[in-house]
Design a binder for this molecule. Sequence first.
Ligand code: GLY
Ligand code: MN
Length: 465
Amino acid sequence: MFKKEIYTNRRNKLKKELGSGIALFLGNVDAAFNYPANQYHFRQDSHFLYFFGLDHPGFAGVMDVDNDKDYIFGNDFDIDDIIWMGEQPKVADMATEAGITNTAPYGDLAGFIKSAMDKGQNIHFLPTYRGETVIELTALLGIPNAKVKAAASVDLIKAVVKLKEIKDEFEIADIEKAVDIAYKMHTTSMRMAMPGVVEQEIAGTIEGISLALGGPVSFPIILSMDGQTLHNHYHGNTLEEGRMMVTDAGAETQLHYSSDITRTVPVGGKFNERQAEIYQVVLDANMAAIEAIKPGIKYREIHFLAARTIIEGLKKAGLMKGDTDAALKAEAHTLFMPHGLGHMMGMDVHDMEGLGEDYVGYDENTKRATTFGTAYLRLGKELKPGYVLTVEPGIYFIPALIDQFRNEGKFMDFINYDKVETYKDFGGIRIEDDILVTETGYRVLGKHIPKTIEEVEAVMANPIR
Ligand code: GLY
Ligand code: MN
């Protein structure tokens, strides 16, 4: 946990922002894996962690904004728990660590909420993502299961986003720890990417590195020779010379801050001419985008700057043609990069995505696009110091998409389809880094993870067999 003053300050700021009512945060409970006593590794809710810090199942946190009081509801462990789990701290002692003196058994929460509702206090809660939480909210508030989602408080969502989107120095330091773990994961992945190795061997090894150095991976590892499939969780291919391998993987620290890094390497360790040419275009887009990051610029502009770099690079490679501005306006690059440039990152790898992407990545000045590809841009709004975000351009050759666009006669002025056809066996390339927006510009977080052609080849010249 951080120092207790940090949690007290966060709650005080949230109460001020919200103005009135009750803010109810249900922590997570243990979730069964294949039978009740065999459970998934416990993961606390990120919003509960941010305001109340306690990394244990079965707690609720309440801020009574009207009376400026904070509460933890939870049960002390009994002798059976202690026999199986060892001595455990008391709820009151844990709550003190988060700066809270008002505690009560979990069973008192229903009466507390009922009496608040009887007094006319508005109960604010965030959107849910687990069935157990929906059921509990129904029990506490009398809202039918099916209506819980729509009843989430927009005022609370907006207040939480306003606070959590700006990371403090302690959060940034923890994210850097997560990137440093990713350094080890990615350099290991590079050194293992040799012909004859099964993807699963690499994916399992780097997941182990995350667990050994911090916590679980921050999302299921994407690792494949078929990098043209954006979120490919199949790891059954045997690596072959002449193919490229995408690894998109990050770690969580013990405090649950994330990293999210992607690297793409040539199997065997040496780029061939065709691979080097396309790789350099993605790298140029990654670096041009990072260098343009500063407060006041909209992330959507940075997205289109990366897209422009990709169009120019692909024109040089003979895969695109025509006027760059016109191609950009038509969004012809979406054949090759049908996703957004990046997203906010924090405790959730897509930070706060469960609150609604549009609340996190957009605002009244920047509305989300509805066009193919660009609609997937998770972050479009103006950047502020303290934002942590990813920059992850890519170029993919997706045979089904190439066929569809060609059959529809789409972007005929901008795409050299005959040449693109010859790249259908190429796969995909993505290069992703985690960036802090500073007062004057940007900082790439964590230890530098090799990404130039020379750097990648140098790491791979020392393979792990
Ligand atoms: N790293 C996976 C993603 O950002 O969607
Ligand atoms: Mn990402």
